[in-house]
Ligand binder design. Structure first.
Ligand code: ZN
Length: 144
């Protein structure tokens, strides 16, 4: 979704919106609604050279393969004690909601499966938590 009415909110040189316009725009979206997203992170636009990256067909093949693997193994994946402590710490310190807790667990398991493993490590959990960064929204809204 766009961070502001013009859609360039993460690019300070391109965005034409005032801080008031950004706040008004974001207040239309409720916190419980945002909490339902598995991943929340800024996507910065740049002049990406498509010739250097993987082709769409290769990426599609990998996604399809992992989707099948994910559906088959998601309930078999366990979470290490260290990874669980990291996530529970976020919940105890009120950094995430119970819904967020479940979303992060699911994303961490997905990352684990994509790594070809069956036990979520702390690194998988940290990566999953990094994909749920609601703080940047406050920065865009409040500190522009
Ligand atoms: Zn804008």
């Amino acid at each position: 979704m766009n961070p502001c009415p013009c859609g360039e909110g993460f690019s300070s040189d391109k965005c034409r919106c005032t801080p008031t316009e950004k706040r008004t725009y974001f207040r239309k979206i409720s916190g419980p609604f945002l909490d339902r997203f598995d991943m929340v992170l800024p996507v910065i636009t740049n002049d990406y050279d498509t010739k250097k990256g993987e082709s769409s067909s290769i990426i599609k093949e990998r996604v399809c393969k992992n989707r099948n693997s994910f559906n088959k193994h998601i309930n078999e994946v366990t979470i290490s004690k260290n990874a669980m402590e990291l996530l529970e710490g976020q919940l105890k310190n009120c950094h995430i909601s119970m819904r967020g807790y479940e979303r992060i667990r699911k994303v961490a398991k997905t990352i684990c499966i994509m790594d070809g493993e069956d036990k979520v490590k702390a690194t998988h959990m940290i990566e999953a938590m990094s994909y749920r960064n609601l703080d940047f929204l406050n920065e865009v809204i409040l500190y522009d």
